[in-house]
Design a protein around this ligand. Structure first.
Ligand code: AMP
Ligand code: MN
Ligand code: MN
Ligand code: MN
Length: 309
C-alpha cells in the first residue's frame, strides 16, 4: 500500500526507533539488554533488526513484554544490487515464514564462506588468524565485517574499527569480498510474505547518483517496497532532510532508526533520533491507527461492562 490520503486521524506521537542490532548479529548487547536500554532512553516502539537473522527476537519480545515497550519484529537483509551492497530493513515480519527463513539461511551460508575468504585474503597481507579472531568475537553468531574490524583493532593492526573498514574491509580494499546477497526482489518478497513492510535502510550511505537512486526507488516500488529510512543515526542532518523530501514527493512511507550497535556507539545512541520532518507519512501510521482503534474498542467495552454491572 502506498501512503496516499491525508492523515485525518490524530495519532498519539510515540518515540520510535526502528533499526537496531543485538549481539545476535554485530551489535554488542544481548537482546534483553538492548530492550532495557531502549526503554530507559525513552523509546516506546523498538524494532530489533539484526543482519540476516531473527534469532534475537524471542528474547527481545519477552523483555519488551516485561517492561511494557512495543517490540516490532524486524530484520536487516543484505542485498546485492547493480554491483553494490544495499540493506533492506523488514518491519513486522513473520519469523515463522518459511520463505523468509530459508532465504536468510542462504545468506548466512554465503556470509560464512565470505568470512573464511576474508580471512584468506587478509592472510595474504600477513594478517594471520583473522577469521578465527572474528569468529571468537562473534561468539557463535553470524560473522560480520564488524567482527573483523574489532579483531584488527584489538590486535593493533589498525587504530579503530573505522580505520579497519577504510584500509582493509571496504570495497576495493585487500580484505573485501564482493557480496552475493539476496536480490532486491527476493528481500522485499521475503519481508512481504508474512505481511511485513520493506524499508530502504540508511539511503545516504550508498552514495548513489541521482539517476541510480531513481532507478533503485522505481525497482523497489515495483517489487512492493513501501518505505525509506528518512531518519538514520548514520545520516548527516542534511541527508535526513533530503530523503524526507524525496519520500514525500515520491509517496513512500518514512521510517526512522538509530542503527544502534551498542554502547561503544559507531553512529548514535538510543532515544536521540530527531522527529520526522513535516509532510512525511510515518511507516507506523497504519499500525498506530489499528492500535488506536483497538484501544478505543477495549475502553468502550470496559465502559459497557461497567455500565452493565
Ligand atoms: P557485513 O554485513 O558483514 O558486510 O558488515 C556490515 C556492517 O559493518 C554494517 O552493518 C556496519 O555495522 C559495519 N560498517 C560498515 N561500514 C562501516 C564503517 N565505515 N565504520 C564502522 N562500521 C561500519
Ligand atoms: Mn551492522
Ligand atoms: Mn545497514
Ligand atoms: Mn543496521
Amino acid at each position: 500500500m502506498s501512503p496516499t490520503g491525508a492523515n485525518s486521524v490524530s495519532l498519539p506521537s510515540r518515540r520510535y526507533d526502528l533499526h537496531t542490532h543485538s549481539l545476535r548479529s554485530d551489535g554488542t548487547l544481548a537482546p534483553a539488554d538492548l530492550v532495557a536500554r531502549a526503554h530507559a532512553a525513552g523509546v516506546e516502539v523498538l524494532a530489533l533488526t539484526d543482519h540476516d537473522v531473527t534469532d534475537g527476537l524471542a528474547e527481545a519480545r519477552a523483555a519488551a513484554d516485561r517492561l511494557g515497550i512495543t517490540l516490532i519484529a524486524g530484520v536487516e537483509i543484505s542485498v546485492s544490487w547493480q554491483g553494490q551492497t544495499l540493506h533492506i530493513v523488514g518491519l513486522n515480519i513473520d519469523v515463522a515464514d518459511a520463505s523468509l527463513q530459508s532465504g536468510l539461511a542462504r545468506l548466512r551460508e554465503f556470509r560464512q564462506w565470505r568470512a573464511e575468504e576474508i580471512g584468506r585474503r587478509l592472510a595474504k597481507k600477513r594478517i594471520e588468524g583473522a577469521y578465527e579472531g572474528a569468529r571468537r568475537l562473534a561468539k557463535g553468531t553470524i560473522v560480520s565485517r564488524t567482527h573483523f574490524a574489532r579483531f584488527l583493532t584489538e590486535q593493533g593492526y589498525v587504530r579503530s574499527p573505522q580505520h579497519a573498514f577504510k584500509q582493509l574491509l571496504s570495497s576495493g580494499k585487500p580484505g573485501h569480498v564482493s557480496g552475493q546477497w539476496a536480490t532486491l526482489e527476493e528481500a522485499v518478497r521475503w519481508i512481504r510474505a508474512g505481511g511485513g513492510q520493506a524499508v530502504i535502510a540508511h539511503p545516504a550511505r550508498y552514495k548513489l547518483s541521482s539517476g541510480k537512486l531513481q532507478r533503485l526507488l522505481g525497482e523497489f516500488r515495483e517489487c512492493g517496497g513501501e518505505a525509506i529510512e528518512v531518519i538514520s543515526g548514520s545520516h548527516a542532518p542534511e541527508a535526513n532532510q533530503h530523503f524526507a523530501r524525496l519520500a514525500t514527493e515520491q509517496n513512500f512511507f518514512a521510517s526512522a532508526g538509530s542503527d544502534y550497535h551498542g554502547p561503544e556507539k559507531t553512529w548514535m545512541d538510543l532515544g536521540k533520533l530527531p522527529a520526522l520532518p513535516q509532510g512525511c507519512i510515518p511507516v507506523w501510521r497504519d499500525w498506530e491507527m489499528k492500535r488506536t482503534l483497538k484501544l478505543n474498542t477495549s475502553v468502550n467495552q470496559q465502559r459497557l461492562s461497567v455500565g452493565a454491572g
